[in-house]
Design a protein around this ligand. Structure first.
Ligand code: FBP
Ligand code: MG
Ligand code: MG
Length: 334
């Protein structure tokens, strides 16, 4: 079997297929290397002193874990000097991070959720990193918040690393989704899947049902109908999974189908939802669509939403296409 490393895959994408330029190739390589470092830190767990609270809050008022802070620093440090970026934005930082003036600047913007699934860190359950790449708008030499407010359909690259029993990297350059597995001995990501495809139909859903009483009526009705199984209006039994790490739940869907939902909740109406549009919903929506799935906020395609704020949150429904369409139909009927 041909062993294709991420580096070789990217060089072929650049040289033979002309899909990416040298800066984008460097950017993806650097992010992947940062994810390897994060994977190593997570693997050390208690022995590396990386578990527990950092003792600070992020911009969303959430208590930061040591690993939230560490993963953020690793990504910033790895990406600031290569000359491929104009600025970065992170779930963990209030303002965009400008490239320090001592380094050259490039034509791309990088956005990330450095550590997704924070509540799972201390209990040794899979967590991840999610990233998204946009073009720097023309003339934006020192990009500010407004320059990051681009619809998800403008993303040029999106991906995630999943730190599970194995560390995997899912990547889309806008032409399907490829999957890489970290070879820990070699220190390299190796191609282990191409053109990942999410089956259009499913019998598996992922949602935090403990919030049911706070959801809007269409979502309550939909989940009631799933739980009614064979005897209910759907006429079939459904299985449920909820890792509480979006990366892990989305990865399962990419592997065997399913639908993932984090709906609006009466307690968080003000903030618009739980998940972040720019760091979580958009990159995952891009990946899922590239694998033949769909992603909606219940009413419209996530990738069409024009962001208003850097840390905007939205409801998320994504996964198997026909099931996402069914959920949208429940919302339409309301
Ligand atoms: O704890 P809950 O309410 O089930 O929420 C779980 C969701 O929150 C998240 O952990 C939010 O992401 P962060 O850990 O990056 O804040 C998602 O990964 C996950 O799907
Ligand atoms: Mg997250
Ligand atoms: Mg996070």
């Amino acid at each position: 079997m041909r062993r294709i490393s991420l580096s070789r895959y990217l060089i072929e994408e650049q040289r033979e297929k002309g899909r990416i330029d040298a800066d984008l190739r460097l950017l993806i390589e650097v992010v992947a290397r940062a994810c390897q470092r994060i994977s190593i830190a997570i693997g050390k767990g208690e022995l590396g002193g990386v578990l527990g609270e950092a003792g600070s809050d992020n911009v969303q008022g959430e208590a930061q874990k040591k690993l939230d802070v560490l993963a953020n620093e690793i990504l910033l440090e790895a990406n600031e000097w290569g000359g491929h970026l104009a600025a970065m934005a992170s779930e963990e930082m209030e303002e965009p991070y400008p490239i320090p003036s001592r380094f050259p600047k490039g034509g791309y913007l990088l956005l990330f959720d450095p550590l997704d699934g924070s509540s799972n860190i201390d209990v040794n359950i899979s967590v991840g990193t999610i990233f998204s790449v946009l073009r720097r708008p023309e003339g934006a030499t020192n990009p500010d918040e407004a320059d990051f407010l681009q619809a998800g359909s403008e993303q040029v690259v999106a991906g995630y690393a999943l730190y599970g029993p194995t560390t995997t990297l899912a990547l889309t350059l806008g032409n399907g989704v490829a999957l890489f597995t970290l070879d820990r001995e070699q220190g390299a990501f190796i191609l282990t899947g191409e053109n990942l495809t999410i089956p259009p139909d499913t019998r598996e859903f992922a949602i935090n049902v403990s919030n049911q009483r706070h959801w809007e009526a269409p979502m309550q009705r939909y989940v009631d109908d799933l739980l009614a199984g064979k005897e209910g209006p759907r006429g079939k039994d459904f299985n449920m999974r909820w890792v509480a790490s979006m990366v892990a739940d989305v990865h399962r869907i990419l592997t065997r189908g399913g639908v993932f939902m984090y709906p609006l909740d009466a307690r968080i109406t003000q903030q618009g939802g739980k998940l972040r549009l720019l760091y979580e919903a958009n990159p995952m929506a891009f990946i899922v669509e590239q694998a033949g799935g769909a992603a909606s906020d219940g009413h419209q395609r996530i990738l069409d939403i024009q962001p208003q704020r850097l840390h905007q949150r939205i409801p998320v429904v994504l996964g198997s296409k026909n099931e996402v369409e069914t959920i949208v139909a429940y919302h339409r009927a309301d």
